[in-house]
Ligand binder design. Structure first.
Ligand SMILES: Nc1ncnc2c1ncn2[C@@H]1O[C@H](COP(=O)(O)OP(=O)(O)OP(=O)(O)O)[C@@H](O)[C@H]1O
Ligand SMILES: [Mg+2]
Length: 263
């Protein structure tokens, strides 16, 4: 039986920062409409991995493919055009823009794929907030706002919202770009238990109803094990386990890595 071409594939990625080996020989396969978990203690190399997948960090060795196309040397923008979106571990919001405006910018950036679109928007407004909405834009954005429970803060500037809400805005913004592949770096940090459960449900719906694939980096191991189809565990840049959530949960090497990290 032929496997479908993975949406994303990383082969043998190695990253060094000066003399530090941050990631060693990491391979990762993300099938269409799947959730892949990437967990590991602090400093394991998870965010570095996202940096390489999204084009912000250049690997010393290895390759990244989207739909089987080698994008190892492609810019973050080129990868975004192929359907990849990511969130950052530290919030990267614009203080002055409202929650809704963040989504408008991302929505338009996600669709500004032709020269025609570029000509249509650029002379009017460089970041695109003021231009007239594209057909379907208002509804699509309202839907994301509702899904993430952001209606009451939709018109509040980012500077005035709390950390947990900012985290949701970051995720909403990534969704507004209409990605096929979403890389989420610690999406539940700053959220309480109820918000985390609601967010898990949003991720399930993205996979099951919208056929979006997600790669989930999390300190909340229970969240990942409850969501992911497949989990990779990193420690000091090395893959120490990989498999189903159950297999990973019961893996003694994984338990030792986490216990080691907390003592
Ligand atoms: N820009 C950088 N320059 C130098 N060293 C870095 C840089 N970014 C990360 N590192 C180091 O590389 C290693 C991996 O870091 P990374 O941020 O990828 O880990 P992580 O698994 O995301 O950790 P955390 O759970 O704390 O977010 C760490 O030792 C970190 O200190
Ligand atoms: Mg990190």
């Amino acid at each position: 039986m032929n496997e479908p071409t993975p949406l994303l594939e990383a082969r043998d990625l190695t990253v060094t920062y000066g003399g530090l080996l941050a990631l060693h020989d990491l391979s990762l396969v993300v099938p269409p409409a799947s959730i892949v978990g990437l967990i590991g203690p602090n400093g394991a190399g998870k965010s570095t991995c996202f940096g390489v997948l999204s084009g912000f960090v250049r690997p010393r060795e290895g390759s990244v493919y989207i739909d089987g196309v080698d994008v190892t040397r492609a810019t973050p923008q080129a990868r975004a055009r192929r359907g990849l979106a990511r969130t950052f571990q530290r919030l990267e919001l614009f203080d002055e823009l409202t929650v809704r405006e963040h989504l408008v910018v991302a929505y338009r950036a996600g669709r500004r794929r032709t020269l025609f679109d570029l000509v249509r928007y650029l002379p009017l407004d460089l970041i695109g907030v003021g231009a007239r909405p594209a057909p379907g834009e208002d509804d699509a954005i309202d839907q994301i706002i509702d899904v993430l429970g952001l209606r009451s803060v939709a018109h509040v500037p980012a500077a005035a919202i709390g950390l947990g809400t900012g985290r949701l805005v970051e995720i909403a913004r990534a969704m507004a770009a209409h990605p096929r592949l979403l890389l989420l770096d610690e999406p539940s940090s700053g959220l309480d238990a109820r918000e985390t459960e609601e967010l898990s449900e949003v991720f399930r719906r993205l996979r099951d109803d919208e056929q979006v694939s997600l790669v989930l980096v999390e300190h909340n191991v229970d969240m990942v094990l409850g969501l992911a189809d497949d989990v990779t565990v990193l420690d000091f840049g090395e893959v120490i386990a990989r498999g189903s959530p159950d297999a990973v949960r019961n893996d003694p090497t994984v338990q030792a890595a986490y216990l080691g990290a907390t003592t």
